[in-house]
Design a binder for this molecule. Structure first.
Ligand code: FEO
Length: 401
């Protein structure tokens, strides 16, 4: 049974949800599900903006048919070729053989790689090109690396609607309410939006900044992303979140302690450190076990907070495996500009502190506090003073920021 949502008198959401997929991109846990958004514009010419993942292909095609209500489809605009939005393109192209496919040059190349259909149907557009469909004039904005190189945004100049591809998307299935102003976005969705951005697009901050600058010149009244709620109110607030994430600027003044512990002794020291930082007057200190919490959540928390501590056991003469993996994730996502502290453990040859520092040095503008607390096997009472001193240094750095 079709399930569509009306956005304006002539614009409709025709997407769907997947609550069964365990790992988005076969990497990121999505216990809250995911939506694949697609839109139909019913003007003198009809336009489908992006398609959908194969998981919802049947529902998606039913939705498109329901909205078209017997009319032919004139255009299929492909803003992004990643299969979570293009896997149904072949099916739609076959169902509507007269539809012209409008996309970027790079996306056309990718179409040929993914599919086998008549490329003469594909019209290439570039930045600044327009398509008039009757009442609406659509213009195209290049958005390379947000999140793939072929990405374009489509801007409806008539109604001020920005079809923003993956940008402004979030993890999380839609639950009946399509609009961000209909849900408790800040308390129930923001963490998912941050985790989505930082993991999927986080590496491409400079490219996102460029696109945000271009978007600043548009009179945006509505944002229709490819995942998650549609924005029609308080758009500036969400763009401001994006500006923080794109520039890797902390959203919150606070401390997050990441712990890699084998038998619990490093965890013990980290908890003592967390208590001592809290005693110094720092609120909302958070502690995460890197072996328990998936790295995608850890990455999002690192982007959120101003000050970080890495407390790790030594393992195979290296950084404890899951901590090393997390640090690699930070580096690969071009994480930068934080004040951090290090705590290390090792029963016979503590190495993790030195190696963590070396990995942090590969990231831009990281300030590593001089003190490193080192202990062997288990923290002893004699080392409490060292931990308290590190806590004071971290708290002082937070207060001075
Ligand atoms: Fe939602 Fe880059 O695909």
């Amino acid at each position: 049974m079709y399930n569509v949502k009306k956005i304006t008198d002539d614009l409709f959401w025709v997407g769907g949800n997947d609550r069964r997929l365990a790992l988005f991109e076969n990497v990121y846990p999505i216990p809250e599900g995911i939506s694949y958004n697609s839109y139909v514009l019913m003007d003198e010419k009809t336009v489908l903006l992006d398609t959908a993942d194969s998981a919802i292909m049947e529902l998606f095609t039913e939705n498109v048919k329901a909205v078209l209500n017997g009319r032919k489809l004139d255009y299929i605009i492909v803003n992004h070729m990643e299969p979570d939005h293009s896997a149904s393109l072949m099916r739609i192209a076959e169902l509507y053989p007269e539809a012209r496919i409008v996309t970027s040059a790079k996306a056309k190349t990718m179409m040929g790689q993914f599919f086998d259909f008549d490329m003469d149907r594909v019209d290439v557009v570039k930045e600044g090109d327009t398509l008039t469909t009757g009442r609406h004039t659509l213009s195209f904005v290049a958005a390379p690396m947000v999140h793939w190189p072929e990405v374009i945004f489509t801007f409806d100049q008539t109604d001020g609607t920005l079809f923003s591809a993956d940008a402004f998307g979030t993890f999380g299935a839609l639950n009946g309410n399509l609009f961000a102003d209909e849900v408790n976005f800040e308390t129930e969705w923001l963490a998912s939006a941050r985790r989505y951005y930082t993991n999927i697009v986080g590496k491409y901050g400079p490219q996102v900044q460029k696109v945000l600058e271009k978007a600043g010149g548009l009179n945006i009244r509505r944002i229709c992303p490819l995942h998650g709620p549609v924005w029609r109110e308080n758009i500036g607030w969400f763009i401001d979140r994006y500006q923080h994430w794109a520039t890797c600027t902390p959203e919150d003044k606070g401390v997050v302690i990441f712990v890699g512990s084998i038998y619990g002794h490093t965890q013990n020291a980290a908890d003592v450190l967390a208590s001592a930082i809290a005693d110094e007057g720092v609120h909302n200190v958070k502690v995460y076990d890197v072996s328990v919490t998936d790295a995608s959540y850890l990455l999002a928390e690192a982007f959120r907070a101003s000050h970080l501590v890495f407390a790790s056991a030594t393992y195979n003469n290296e950084i404890f495996t899951n901590m090393e993996h997390f640090l690699m994730e930070l580096k690969e996502h071009a994480f930068h500009s934080r004040t951090v502290a290090v705590m290390e453990n090792g029963t016979w040859a503590p190495q993790s502190g030195k190696k963590i520092r070396a990995m942090l040095e590969e990231m831009k503008d990281m300030t590593v506090l001089d003190q490193t607390v080192t202990f062997k096997s288990a923290p002893k009472e004699a080392q409490r003073a060292d931990i308290l001193a590190l806590a004071k240094a971290v708290a002082d750095a937070v207060k001075a920021s």
